[in-house]
Design a protein around this ligand. Sequence first.
Ligand SMILES: [Zn+2]
Length: 230
Amino acid sequence: MTMAASSVTTSSILLPLTISSKSPKLCLSFPCKNHTLFPTLRLSVTASAASTPTPTPSPSIQTHKPIPSKTLPFRVGHGFDLHRLEPGYPLIIGGINIPHDRGCEAHSDGDVLLHCVVDAILGALGLPDIGQIFPDNDPKWKGCASSVFVQESVRLMHEAGYEIGNLDATLILQRPKLSPHKDTIKANLSALLGVDSSVVNIKAKTHEKVDSLGENRSIAAHTVVLLMKK
Ligand SMILES: [Zn+2]
């Protein structure tokens, strides 16, 4: 379709359009509702009338093309996860089976720490979240141990040319006390990530007995990771 100044696409939008306060407004919003690769960004620009009438923006305008990511020396990512705790399930944290009266009810092993570590790495790489990269309706990933997701996210990280600078995780749960297990969790997570344990930090805190986290009905974790260009 011929536009006033030229065809309008995401990649060419800055070139063919001339700012004019009198011209009709053209709003482009991306990503589309089915595409969450990048944070929603709304551009509001005005198109010049040029020598031909300005057409109505076509609904077929492609607004969700991936934007080439910058090659940054550092990239930071954050991950969060929460699982419900129910009797009759194992409690697995960082790949370690922790003795408790209940565990995570989930399709996978419900490893809240490994899930948020994966999301932090994917986030730093500018990739979609764990549920989109490893959908549980894909036979390839269905029923996989969470360690497989960590190893795959590490592979994606190396493929993108990055390595882990350091990783800091905080687990939130009322019970059981994690202090006796922290070193084991840290060693296992470091091995999964292929890094020295000195760049991995595991913290744990209670939720002061309030809400589901504080009532031993759920467990949550946050992770921040710094990636460095190799
Ligand atoms: Zn999870």
